[in-house]
Design a protein around this ligand. Sequence first.
Ligand code: NAP
Length: 298
Amino acid sequence: MKIGWIGTGIMGFSMCKHLMDAGNKAIVFNRTQSKAQGLVELGAELAKTPAQVASSCDVLFTMVGYPSDVEQVYFGKDGIFEGLEEAKEKGEDAHTARILVDMTTTKPSLAVRIYEKAKELGCESLDAPVSGGDSGARNATLSIMVGGDASTLEKVKPLFDAMGKSVLLEGPAGAGQHTKMANQIQIAGTMVGMCEALAYSKAAGLDLKKMVATIAKGAAGCHSLDNLAPRVIRGDYEPGFIVEHFIKDMKIALEESRRMGLELKGLGLVESMYEELRDKGYGKAGTQALVKVIGDEF
Ligand code: NAP
């Protein structure tokens, strides 16, 4: 199997590497070429454009940043669909991607557009955003939320299994992205809870490590507490998951909620706290930096 991979950042690099470690050949592309270099050194071929990736692999994965990046790599100049259309016109589509998998966290409506365009070109597509953070990508323990056809998932499942520990079909195209939005709404709550618990405990003079170890064993236990509270305690605000990407996700979730006639006040509040954090200069920091808008002590 030859896989194509576009977007070799914090998440994509490790995820693509797991597929290579599982014995698949790879062709990769990233906007900043140097970030794909490590994979090239491990044997991946380097493409010049997303179109070239699309015309040189069996299954193509994308893991870029924002919905605008997804638009560009699929629908833009030298993009995936341009590559597929050109190969089809030339009758050279024997080695073009048959299955497209977008793992970026993006808009459900964009996932539906990709699904429809892929179908028009005789291809299949899945939206498959993930949860589990940078550590989940490194350790191949991601939770993968899939939207699309069951028959397509069946073909891609062995590849997903090399990247994650949970792979579930949530429904038709777009349902993976909706599930990821539910995930981000939940995380917004656990992030503000974790940061406020740390600020409160510091003000009360508690031993922060002991407090975290204690409450993580009870009903407060969660990923934010296990993985991000220790980073806050040691003053480590490196990403992980950058603040600007989390704001992007919360904005999509708020937009989708409004469209469905829902008002999510808690999510709106946390989103405004993260905007304040970004405006303080922490846009590229890890999401655990939220503690900076809660307490001056951190
Ligand atoms: P990242 O480190 O910024 O990686 C994204 C990569 O995509 C970057 O290397 C970027 O290139 C590349 N890219 C963007 N637009 C491109 C384009 N038009 N053509 C080619 N390459 C392009 O971000 P990440 O943390 O890996 O996150 C990726 C996605 O996963 C985001 O949607 C994020 O919300 C989601 N996610 C992240 C986490 C996490 O914990 N980090 C967890 C779950 C989901 P440059 O190097 O030039 O910027």
